[in-house]
Design a protein around this ligand. Structure first.
Ligand SMILES: Cc1cc2nc3c(=O)[nH]c(=O)nc-3n(C[C@H](O)[C@H](O)[C@H](O)COP(=O)(O)O)c2cc1C
Length: 330
């Protein structure tokens, strides 16, 4: 699954990823796509950019909309709107730790209150039969969760696990079909390693599927993790939009212009599928990760960030690849 990522998990990225999925034969599908988070109150009040957020192309049947909100009433009303659309499922963001979000009571703040989180899932369950999931972290903090912990020491998956389990059992009992666990506590930055032992421990306890997410940073790790259960991939899928092609076990055709062409195609897709107001911020976000493919990553990224148009960014890529012609993907 592609992770929900603000300013990244939009139609242009999905279109790019789909280009690397080999032509389908019966039974062969592509990845599931989570949308970037969509604010429930903004959706209900008809914000100016909502049509762009709701664009489920190119394969709505594999798209899950992620909702962000703090209250069961607005989240359920937004889910009822989404339920009428062609999509695979609806997800509730219970993991975003950005202060601007948690201050409103949304994101990982919902993990502070098991009753409230359960009420939210129950309210959504009443309005949709689509696949209902929640994307979580491990919880507020190991200290806060210690009273619930069966193992207050450091033994894996010790601190906070019992609280997490109680939380997830509530979501399951209220009708969640799937849980996605990004195994970091609320205050932990992406630098701290994700604790996959919690994912494995949770899988043993619940009957609904648990997808794991975090730090899948190459094809080898992806394949290893995917052997044990469903996985969700974030930043790697931006750096290597061709990564999902690998699950089909077929080699990718890469010529020497592969990296350059992929970047230029993405800029074209942005123009096609995102409003002009979003072009620069979305392109910069994308290149923040994509540039890691280049030997002189920081150099290209800085040059791209100084550009004020997509054309200018395309020029930077073309000039760089002309000067360093041996650049290839992996
Ligand atoms: C730029 C960016 C934006 C993100 N936006 C969201 C979001 O909208 N909703 C969400 O649940 N998680 C969001 N996340 C978290 C990712 O979905 C994922 O949990 C995290 O990046 C760890 O996975 P990874 O190591 O595969 O990148 C975001 C992460 C990044 C880097």
């Amino acid at each position: 699954m592609l992770a929900p990522m603000a300013e990244l998990s939009h139609r242009a990225l999905r279109e790019l990823i789909e280009r690397f999925i080999p032509r389908r034969t019966p039974g062969e599908t592509g990845p599931e796509y989570y949308s970037e988070m969509i604010s429930a109150p903004a959706l209900l009040s008809g914000g100016p950019f909502e049509t762009w957020y709701l664009d489920g192309g190119p394969c709505p049947g594999r798209l899950v909309y992620q909702l962000l909100g703090a209250h069961d009433s607005s989240l359920a009303a937004a889910a009822a709107l989404l339920d009428r659309r062609d999509c695979l499922g609806i997800d509730v963001n219970m993991g975003c730790a950005a202060p601007a979000i948690t201050r409103t009571g949304a994101g990982v703040r919902l993990m502070n209150d098991i009753d409230k989180a359960g009420r939210i899932i129950a309210a959504l369950r009443r309005v949709t039969k689509k696949r209902l999931s929640a994307k979580l972290r491990l919880g507020p903090s190991p200290d806060r969760q210690r009273p619930y912990s069966a193992d207050p020491g450091t033994k894996a998956p010790g601190d906070g696990f019992e609280y997490l389990l109680k939380f997830c059992r509530r979501l399951e009992s209220q009708g969640a079909d799937l849980i996605i666990l990004h195994p970091r506590f609320a205050g932990e930055k992406l630098k701290r390693r994700a604790r996959w032992n919690y994912v494995e421990a949770l899988r043993k306890e619940l009957s609904i599927p648990i997808a794991g997410n975090g730090d899948i940073d190459g094809p080898g790790v992806m394949e290893e993790r995917a052997r044990k259960g469903p996985v969700m991939i974030g930043r790697l899928a931006v750096k290597e939009p061709w990564i999902f092609g690998r699950i089909h076990d077929r080699p990718l055709q890469r010529d020497r212009n592969f990296l350059e062409e992929t970047a230029l195609v993405f800029l074209d897709l942005l123009t096609l599928y995102q409003p002009p107001e979003f072009h620069l911020s979305r392109a910069r976000r994308f290149f923040r990760y994509y540039c890691d493919n280049f030997t002189w990553a920081e150099y290209v990224r800085n040059k791209i960030n100084r550009e004020e148009t997509l054309e200018g960014m395309g020029r930077v890529i073309r000039e760089y690849c002309k000067r360093i012609p041996e650049e290839k993907a992996l």
